[in-house]
Design a protein. Structure first.
Lengths: 236, 365
């Protein structure tokens, strides 16, 4: 069976079901409302696996599911060399969110990464510790700042309410996802003009590490035909 | 298992050679406090080292190299001068699927001695002798000359500090130099920022932006705003002086020829004079130890992309296969001893050999 991992609840699940439904593949939860099981109609040999969106990258990397729907930000942050572990099969056009670097709006002297770097050097000299950036996207943010030559910062982990860390004095700046920027503004933060790290959206991925015997490859081809997508190169 | 035993035997042979050269064997902890390494190397080290958590001691790192613990031990009460040898595993996190080894043995030799050019030559010649049969390609450089050139630039202290801070990030350094030398136009974002800053006093602009949150204070912000305005008024680094620095960054030549070239530009860039004479003294000391300095390659920018705190002589010995990491590498790290020495410092130079590569090149594994 070709296993496809889909977020197990909320808008991401509903939008995913809608996306497949619009292409003739019906997905539905089965059993009672609280039971995490589902069914796929419209294409043979495909099994639905309901998972937390945050766990789908790991399951794809391990090859325990063949296909998975999750945010492209999570794949890039959680998987080393992500494009060698999964195939970016189809951008699904929903779940848009930008991972950005934001600083207090009152930092009138800081507009770019170049400014952030200079401010970090001065901050460290004045306050005795590196400038703290709160985030949960450690790999993406660190790679981005390294590539842009920003130094004298430190990442502090924040798994939620990240916009509040600056006011609470546990960070000086943040790197977090935003769609409208409203929460940032409400917390007196602004986005750096070159601070877009990744424009994320819900994406259908295929796992290179999964088992791809002939039966699964033909199910994949049938699904691709139904979805109107090219067949992804999952092996070789 | 056989391979590991062969590598360890090679490591022990190299270690014994270091001890025979006068080094005291030292040991270092495998679990090191993460804070010290993070403060030195910045957040980048997290991509290269394994971090673990101790319930009492907080974040710890699996030893990514021996330099920091050996310097700390020396600064806490070592003899002066001193020579140390060590042998043990280092651990390197790999962020790529076909990454290099995650744990491997290093054998190292570190010299704490105020006679710097002689100590540089001692380490290089010792390594060259031990690896002589492997037909390796040596490369050398001297970050001290580059730093002296930056310190001597006729520009604002702030610009000199910004360049010095990014010596180990060549791309960033180049971008800053291009801007300070007037070779790159001011980015539009910076021009707009300056226009805004010119519109009113910093305090008024901050107030207009709404409530100021966070630890970075209005004073911090105003100070940088003033610095930006001041910098915009400062003239570009004069073209002839900038040209000398660009020339220096790309200097690659056999060592004696490089010295002649540097002596040629020293009258125009007097700040590099003492560093160039240190280079000359090192070449003499190397020649006295039998190194062929007429042919020894020199690159002024060598060693600038490492995480290390090298600030003088740097060297590597590489095998013909470009996919392999250097078989040996090292350099001078005087500034590191000052950072870790709590007010004291001592000139220091050292290097490491990867016995796994030596064993491989000798056909032992």
């Amino acid at each position: 069976m070709l296993k496809i991992g889909v977020p197990s609840k909320g808008r991401l699940m509903e939008k995913t079901f809608d996306w497949f439904g619009a292409r003739g593949v019906t997905m539905a939860r089965t059993g009672n409302e609280r039971e995490y099981s589902g069914a796929v109609d419209g294409v043979d040999g495909v099994e639905l696996v309901l998972l937390s969106a945050g766990e789908i990258p790991r399951e794809l990397a391990a090859g325990r599911i063949h296909l998975g729907v999750t945010g492209s930000d999570l794949i890039r942050d959680k998987l080393a060399d992500w494009d060698r572990q999964v195939v970016d099969w189809a951008a699904m056009g929903f779940g848009h969110a930008d991972l950005v670097i934001a600083v207090p709006a009152g930092w009138i002297d800081v507009d770019t990464l170049d400014d952030l770097d200079a401010a970090a050097a001065a901050f460290r000299a004045a306050h005795g510790h590196r400038l703290r950036i709160a985030t949960k996207y450690h790999r993406l943010v660190r790679d981005f700042l390294t590539a842009n030559g920003v130094a004298d910062y430190q990442l502090v982990d924040s798994q939620g309410a990240t916009e509040g860390t600056v006011k609470n004095l546990t960070a000086e700046a943040i790197a977090d996802i935003t769609s409208t920027g409203e929460t940032l503004r409400a917390n007196h933060l602004k986005i750096l003009s070159d601070g877009l790290i990744h424009a994320s959206q819900a994406t259908l991925f295929a796992a290179r590490a999964a088992d791809w015997p002939a039966a699964n490859l033909s199910a994949l081809a049938a699904l691709a035909a139904r979805l109107g997508l090219p067949v992804p190169q999952v092996s070789g | 298992m056989i391979a590991k035993a062969a590598i360890r035997a090679e490591a022990e042979r190299l270690h014994a050679a270091f001890v025979a050269a006068g080094a005291v064997p030292v040991e270092a902890d495998i679990l090191l406090p993460a804070e010290t390494l993070l403060d030195l190397y910045g957040e980048d080290i997290r991509a290269r080292a394994y971090v673990t958590a101790d319930p009492m001691a907080g974040e710890m790192m699996l030893r990514p190299d021996f330099t920091v613990p050996v310097v700390q031990a020396h600064m806490a009460g070592g003899a002066d001068p001193a020579r140390y040898a060590y042998l043990g595993e280092v651990f390197r996190r790999q962020e790529h699927l076909d990454g290099r080894a995650r744990e491997y043995l290093q054998v190292g030799y570190e010299v704490f001695d105020r006679a710097a050019p002689q100590a540089d030559a001692e380490v290089f010649a010792l390594f060259a002798g031990l690896l002589a049969d492997l037909d390796l390609r040596p490369a050398t450089g001297d970050i001290g000359i580059l730093m002296a050139a930056v310190k001597g630039l006729s520009t604002t202290d702030r610009r000199r500090q910004a360049l010095l801070r990014h010596i180990w990030r060549p791309r960033r350094f180049r971008a800053l130099l291009d801007r300070f030398a007037g070779r790159a136009p001011m980015p539009p974002a910076r021009a707009q920022l300056l226009d805004r800053l010119a519109a009113d006093a910093p305090a008024a602009l901050i107030a207009a932006a709404g409530p100021l949150v966070g630890l970075r204070s209005a004073e911090d912000i105003a100070a940088r705003a003033e610095a930006l305005i001041e910098d915009a008024r400062a003239p570009a680094i004069a073209a002839p002086e900038a040209a000398l620095l660009y020339d220096l960054l790309s200097l690659e030549a056999p060592s004696r020829a490089a010295l002649a070239h540097l002596r040629g530009i020293a009258p125009l860039l007097p700040a590099i004079g003492p560093a160039v004479e240190t280079f000359a003294a090192r070449l003499d000391a190397l020649a006295a130890r039998g190194v062929d300095v007429d042919r020894l390659p020199f690159e002024a920018s060598h060693g600038r992309t490492t995480l290390e705190y090298y600030d003088g002589f740097v060297f590597t010995f590489a095998a013909a296969d470009p996919a392999l990491p250097p078989v040996a590498s090292g350099g001078r790290y005087d500034a590191l001893t000052a950072v870790l020495g709590q007010g004291r410092s001592i000139p220091a130079v050292g290097g490491i050999i990867r016995p796994s590569l030596v064993a491989r090149l000798r056909g032992a594994v």
